[in-house]
Design a protein around this ligand. Structure first.
Ligand code: PHB
Length: 395
């Protein structure tokens, strides 16, 4: 007897007994497998808060969809990537090979993202980048299964040079952590600042995630530039802002930055942050009904204030939900899924954005200033800014 026939016979036998209703209700309750979603994020170290905000935002978007993706329940898997590039491939494979996730959501740190990108390109797993802005991910190493919901590191700084020069600051010092994100941010700053007529008199740097800023701040004081521009984020950014003020530079040499400098750190930085001007694709104070609702809901759910990272996590959930709905939960229907993700219009708290051909947001960049402990919008630094996507050839 074939096994199929055996099952049928057994079924028939069951139907013939008092168990028939049990069997039928079992069939009625048969559910498609859960969607396996893997978070690869920093939950320890200087970027720990960023990872938490991204996960919170993502879960909030999914909860707004009734907790499902394309009608399917979700099972979550988590790996702490520690913002440690040397462990990135191993960590990504924990999710892809061991946990067999359908979608990998990660990460924050550009160096770690390069490991994820390799695993994503080799495995073909759907990879959604909720922060890391490393240029290569949506330029030379772009891939059909990789979509970014955040920014490239040069997007905010491409909008920073002009407002600095417009305020009369023609000689600047640049300072950053020396790793991919800082280098990419510098690329945007150099282009925009020199184009606007400014001169970068010195580039300073220290290895990620070091926070011994003292010697560099002494050097800045001696150089006497018109202004300082920088890329720092997370816990290190809060310390940089405090140390800048403690070194006596605040009020003497205006501090500018890629907007991550003042995201999620304003409480920790305190009065030292007042007056800092930055450029970013989000601001707490965006006066739109969409942003108000988002901020209220987030604060109620998580008892903390959302920042750009929470928004990016939220938008990652919105994007995935749009894709999953387009394929009615069948994430293996890749042609239709990718087309939906490429064509998505995300109604974000940051404002509506679309996906570029290279799979990176086309978005407005706001000019913000810290006023009374909040990032206030003081202008639009760039409208619908797209990354160049240079060298991207989709396979
Ligand atoms: C990055 O490594 O790409 C990165 C990290 C933190 C940020 C922004 C970019 O806030």
């Amino acid at each position: 007897m074939t096994s199929r026939r055996l099952i049928l016979t057994r079924g028939a036998a069951l139907v013939g007994t008092a168990s028939s209703s049990l069997l039928l209700s079992g069939i009625a309750r048969a559910q498609p497998a859960k969607v396996r979603v893997g978070f690869m994020l920093p939950y320890t170290g200087t970027y720990a808060q960023l990872g938490v905000a991204i996960e919170n935002g993502f879960r909030m978007a999914i909860d707004e969809q009734g907790g499902k993706l394309g009608g399917r329940e979700i099972e979550y898997f988590k790996v702490d990537d520690e913002s440690e590039p040397s462990k990135a491939i191993e960590n990504a494979n924990k999710l892809v090979q061991r946990d067999k996730v359908d979608v990998l959501v990660g990460t924050v740190h550009s160096g770690v993202q390069m490991g994820i990108q390799k695993v994503a390109r080799e495995s073909g797993v759907l990879s959604l980048i909720p922060n890391a802005g490393v240029l290569a991910a949506t330029r030379s190493l772009c891939a059909p299964n990789v979509f970014r919901t955040s920014f490239t590191n040069s997007q905010p700084t491409l909008a920073l040079g002009q407002p600095m020069v417009a305020r009369g600051h023609k000689k600047a010092v640049w300072i950053t952590w020396k790793y991919a994100a800082g280098d990419d941010a510098f690329e945007g700053f150099k282009e925009s600042y020199t184009k606007a007529g400014g001169t970068i008199i010195k580039e300073l740097g220290l290895p990620f995630p070091q926070v011994e800023f003292q010697a560099l701040l002494t050097e800045i004081a001696a150089l006497k530039p018109d202004a300082v521009a920088c890329f720092f984020a997370g816990g290190g950014a809060a310390k940089f802002i405090r140390d800048y003020a403690a070194a006596g530079l605040k009020g003497k040499i205006p501090l500018y930055g890629s907007g991550f400098l003042t995201e999620g750190v304003l409480q920790a930085a305190g009065p030292a942050a007042e007056g800092i001007i930055t450029t970013l694709h989000y601001s707490d104070s965006l006066n739109t009904p969409r942003n108000h609702t988002f901020r209220l809901d987030y604060a109620k759910t998580f008892r903390s204030q959302p920042d750009v990272y929470a928004v990016q996590g939220y938008d990652t959930g919105l994007l995935l939900a749009q894709g999953a709905n387009a394929v009615k939960g069948d994430l293996n229907n890749k042609a239709v899924l990718y087309k939906a993700l490429e064509g998505a219009v995300i109604d974000s708290p940051r404002g509506k954005w679309t996906m570029s051909k290279a799979h990176n947001p086309v978005q407005d960049i706001y000019l913000r200033q810290v006023q009374n402990g909040e990032n206030k919008v003081i202008g639009i630094a760039a409208k619908a800014l797209a990354d160049s996507g240079a060298g991207c050839k989709m396979a």
